[in-house]
Design a protein around this ligand. Sequence first.
Ligand code: MG
Length: 388
Amino acid sequence: MLIKKIRVRHANRSIWGHLAEREKTLPLVTPLDIYTDFKETRGSWFWDSGMAVIQIETDDGLIGTGWCEDGCEAVSPIVENHLSRLLIGQDPLDIESLWDRLFRATLPYGRKGAVLQVISAIDIALWDLKGIALGKPVYELLGGPFSESVPVYASALHPVGHDKVQDEARAYVAEGYRSMKMRFPYGPGDGEKGMEENEAHIANAREAVGPDIDLMADAYMGWDLEYAVKMCGRLEPYGLAWVEEPLIPDDLDGYASLRKETSIPISGGEHEYTQYGFRDIINKGAMDIIQPDLRRCGGFTEGQRIAALAAEGGVTLIPHAYGITHLHFALANSNIPMIEYFPMPCWDSLPDAEIEPIFHGEPQPGNGKVVVEPRPGLGVEVNEKIFS
Ligand SMILES: [Mg+2]
């Protein structure tokens, strides 16, 4: 079996689903908050929603499908002008060797960012293809399943007003979630008043759900070390399960310093790439919880290496964002206790542009967990309507 053809298609949709579109206007702190002209919304600086779907076809007609985000339409030129010639004619089951060739061939302009997202999508397609060829689910090829279902946490809770936030938090408890993640609205440009509002937002949700639900909160790279130390100090009484991405991804020394100053677990890594990036996080003692995204960090092949590093380094691994990739990843690793899910808040509804699902056959949570049917490969099909 040899790789015959690689097809890249772009869709004007976010692989994060409705959340990405809605988050363009919802209040949350971002790394550009320090610039007043980009302060109000993430949509003021964020790229247009886009994803790429990569299909790898063999000479005997099997097709594996992978995907990654693609807001700038950079995936197609990277594949067509370079990577396809390293793949065409090769055995698609030599996944580790192919991954290594792509990584080495792109070292001069890759290593992180868009190039690793492309390699991730190719790797996901190769694992899907292998599962289809062997008639086994990807989690089984990776040594799973370790459990019958995957717990999920509800990730939303933007600061949209006292009563709405309390209603939303209580709705998630009623739907069966035991953990939920909030968004901080303010950062270093907002002074003492912003700190008060950040604290009030957390206090509000804690009051709504009581002490037995895990609460987390995401700063989306919008703070600096001094602010994060002060803010975490104020948040100590609320029993947070973690504070996420308080600093920019490259400030690992800052992360390590912050961990020494607070008892709140610190998480991050959704914007980190490859085993080398996660090795540095772990070796520096920068985070308690790492949150790789297989559609960024290098697909299943690199994800398994990162999971092994996490196990060896004694850090928890909770992947970033929802998706069938992360369901298979969690089923294949005993040190992934749950994954993220973006529910629709009780006060909001789906925008028209998002009504068509991106995938057919992607399982959805019930009672705070997800069951994955044992279908060959990843077991989903991309909805052709997203390309029109
Ligand atoms: Mg996050």
